[in-house]
Design a protein around this ligand. Sequence first.
Ligand code: ADP
Ligand code: ASP
Ligand code: MG
Length: 411
Amino acid sequence: MPRLVMKFGGTSVANLDRIRRVAKRVGVEVAKGYEVIVVVSAMSGKTNELVGWVNETSPLFDAREYDAVVSSGENVTAGLLALILQENGVDARSWQGWQVPVKTSSAHSTARIMDIPTANFDAKFAEGMKVAVVAGFQGVSAEGRITTLGRGGSDTTAVAFAAAHQAERCDIYTDVDGVYTTDPRITSKARKLDRIAFEEMLELASLGAKVLQTRSVELAMRYKVRLRVLSSFEDMGDDAGTLVCAEEDIMESNVVAGVAFVRDEAKMTLISVADRPGVSAAIFGPLAEAGVNVDMIVQNIAEDGRTDMTFSLPVDQVARAEKAVREAMAREEINFHDLIADTDVSKVSVVGIGMRSHAGVAARMFGALSAEGINIKVITTSEIKISVLIDRKYMELAVQALHDVFGLEKA
Ligand code: ADP
Ligand code: ASP
Ligand code: MG
């Protein structure tokens, strides 16, 4: 029998009525003859509440206990959905990550899935089980401790199960009816895409579009999983939503596929750094060791042997970054005159595989921002994306201006 993976996010399982609706949707696929693996998130808001409780209890928490607590929201929804399916006469049972087991690395709160053995499910399906309801976002380390996969990690659970079981498809049900040219909450002009290439989805996700967790797209690309994003609130046909697929399977596409953003970024500048070979290593080595995720980096031209060094980082890592560079200065590994942190910036990016073969995308992007009077603070580019750092108060305006200049509302 063909297998299908269906994943339902937090808003789709927010209360019992919605879980009943999910059970109905799952029942439709069972009736078609599929063996179904359903991956569920916690009820919306639950994971945030659990994270809040951990932070309040213990600001410098033990990451193993953090995972024990924050993984629990998914256990509730998995059990409830299995119960409702049973009420509907569907042979279903729930599985927590450790029961499968979803084997992960030991990097608590950001663990990676290493292996998902299929023998357990194969045996149960052979005995007549129709639906395995899996608690998403969680796994177990080699040490036998509960792990979590990072925020939004249920997407990755779903794709990993689809790969392990060679499922016909992995359907990600969420609160929007597909992947849009930008977050539809920012502009009503955002347009749903029928298809998007893995590479583009990967960039959009890693540049802030939270509709799919980045790692889930990576896995889908590597294991050639047929990945679809669709709404759990509308009844739709087999070709609904957005298919994330190989570049070759897309007939025609715009030069720019979409606009992504990260609202809460920060920018740090080390003023007048003594410039010598090895200075970058001396700055970014300690930052990496302190667990700071440095993103964009700009070094100015040196004058009189001194230069300014600017980099961007998540806003909640500023204190840790400042401590790391000040300690490096105290050890006389680096020397700078001043340190400035700007915590009111956002990152806005345009993404498209068409950029490989089309010149002038950067010029149009900068022109559109300039026409709105938006100052660009830092720029980075790669083969298929251009990112800029701007003042946070202009973020929405920038997204709209870029959506307009690249004509994204039209196919
Ligand atoms: P779930 O709880 O189902 O996992 P998420 O909140 O994680 O849902 O992801 C869905 C949200 O992603 C949407 O509500 C939307 O606001 C946001 N989003 C950001 N960028 C995009 C995009 N390009 N296309 C669609 N949704 C997007
Ligand atoms: N519940 C987890 C979170 O909110 C995982 C997920 O929903 O994907 O991040
Ligand atoms: Mg999500």
